[in-house]
Design a protein around this ligand. Structure first.
Ligand code: ADP
Ligand code: MG
Length: 260
């Protein structure tokens, strides 16, 4: 039996033995549900009657001009910012507005911030191992394979390229087996080749995890998009396939027109 088969089998054993923690109930609805959410900062409405539904296993892209409220939306989901009004549910059981940041994270909502935040003085393997501390169900080796860093597993994270650090950080989140992964502008500063690899990584997660990707780069969004939500001034302006939203006159006016 190859070492990888053996590791994979051990992983299944761990998974089998692990207690199920706070199961997310998606039998009768979406994994993430935001309704009528409003947030003001000093009288400025950053989020304005926002409604958003993400299905279990979905890969959703969120686009929108600077200041549209994309990062604030992630802050609300993760408990960093409290909305003034509205509801935010994770599955049908967990009212996220009653929970703090660590409790929301431990329910299985992982967040990748825009800047890579890996431990540069540790190796790739050690970074993955450290991320596992809370939950020993996945082995770092398998994750290193998945994020394409197997051959670099014993190298210090500090020598990785920007793109490789971003993958490592996604890997660190995956070590915690999130049900929902929120990823803010993952390809900013990446080379074309790194972007392609990131597209493969994110699309390979769909189905297993629900993934919400906020991204500016339209080419990248086009390469991974299934359903796209366009945010503008804190609300949903349009939603649909990439072709539908990029042909929407309102979207062209406020967003695509801006780039032309
Ligand atoms: P995006 O990520 O779509 O570019 P943000 O969610 O970062 O937009 O910001 C939405 C708006 O809210 C912006 O006008 C921003 O300046 C404002 N904003 C965000 N966070 C704060 C804050 N903590 N205090 C005041 N204004 C904020
Ligand atoms: Mg942002």
């Amino acid at each position: 039996m190859s070492i990888f088969q053996e590791l994979a089998n051990r992983d299944q054993v761990f998974e089998f033995l692990a207690p199920v923690q706070s199961p997310v109930d998606v039998r009768h609805g979406p994994i993430l549900y935001l309704e009528g959410v409003n947030v003001s900062f000093d009288g400025f409405k950053a989020i304005n009657n926002l409604n958003l539904t993400i299905d279990d296993g979905e890969l959703r892209c969120i686009i929108g001009p600077n200041g549209a409220g994309k990062t604030t939306m992630m802050d609300i989901i993760t408990g960093k910012t409290r909305p003034d009004t509205g509801s935010v549910w994770f599955g049908s059981r967990h009212n996220l507005l009653t929970m703090n940041e660590p409790d929301i994270a431990s329910l299985g909502i992982g967040r990748k911030f825009q800047k890579p935040t890996v431990f540069e003085a540790l190796t790739v393997f050690e970074n993955l191992e450290l991320a596992m501390a809370a939950d020993k169900r996945v082995l770092p080796t398998l994750t290193a394979v998945m994020i394409g860093l197997k051959d670099l597993r014993d190298r210090l994270a500090g020598i990785l390229s920007h793109g490789q650090k971003q993958w490592l950080e996604i890997g660190m989140l995956l070590m915690q087996k999130p049900r929902l992964l929120l990823v803010d502008e993952p390809v900013a500063g990446m080379t074309e080749q790194e972007m392609e690899r990131t597209a493969e990584l994110l699309t390979s997660l769909a189905g297993k995890q629900s993934v919400v990707v906020v991204e500016h780069d339209m080419g990248f969004v086009r390469s991974i998009a299934r359903k796209v939500t366009v945010l503008h001034q804190g609300s949903v302006l349009a939603e649909g396939s990439m072709d539908q939203v990029s042909n929407d006159p309102e979207v062209i006016k406020v967003y695509l027109g801006e780039e032309a």
